[in-house]
Design a protein around this ligand. Structure first.
Ligand code: 4NP
Length: 168
């Protein structure tokens, strides 16, 4: 059980850290803020690849999020071994991300911290968030819908686990 005053740290991980995980970070942060729980959480995202380090989220992903009232402000960074110690909950977008993240945990010390994000989705399909990067605009809307409902369920699950209720 976490220290009562330690933030609950949540990291979202995808491949490029410019589409799916920045969206999950932004949507989850928005939901946490609306629940008045921003002091209780530390939220970030990262990519397993390094191509987009330092870059803002993809413009198409930003536009989709913005239409739903969510601003994406994160900059790309690469997932690293230190993240296993820094984050209690590491939520990955697809099975390839799961493989790449677990591969870095050679001693299998942190396996319990890593989960497919869509394990929390009430309608999980194949448990993966599809990569919208090479597709059309409707792919970004589909990803938004998946991320919004999964994020809501994740927050409900964490609130129940840590005994949190909505503040203010
Ligand atoms: P993401 O999407 O993993 O959701 O950020 C991608 C973004 C960029 C690339 C692949 C996936 N890329 O190959 O550059």
């Amino acid at each position: 059980m976490a220290d009562e005053y330690a933030p609950i740290s949540v990291l979202f991980v995808c491949l490029g850290n410019i589409c799916r995980s920045p969206l999950a970070e932004g949507v989850f942060r928005d939901q946490v803020e609306r629940a008045g729980l921003e002091d209780r959480f530390e939220i970030d995202s990262a990519g397993t690849g390094n191509w987009h380090v330092g870059q803002p989220a993809d413009k198409r992903m930003q536009a989709t999020a913005s239409r739903h009232g969510v601003m994406l402000t994160s900059r790309g960074r690469q997932f690293g071994h230190a993240d296993f110690k820094d984050f209690d909950h590491i939520l990955v977008m697809d099975r390839s991300n799961l493989h790449d993240v677990l591969f870095l945990d050679r001693t299998e010390q942190f396996t319990d911290r890593v989960k497919l994000f869509r394990e929390f989705d009430p309608e999980p399909d194949d448990y993966q968030v599809p990569d919208p990067y090479y597709g059309g605009d409707d792919g970004f809307e589909t990803v938004y819908a998946i991320v919004e409902r999964t994020s809501e369920a994740l927050l409900a699950s964490l609130m129940a686990h840590y005994g949190l209720t909505e503040a203010g």
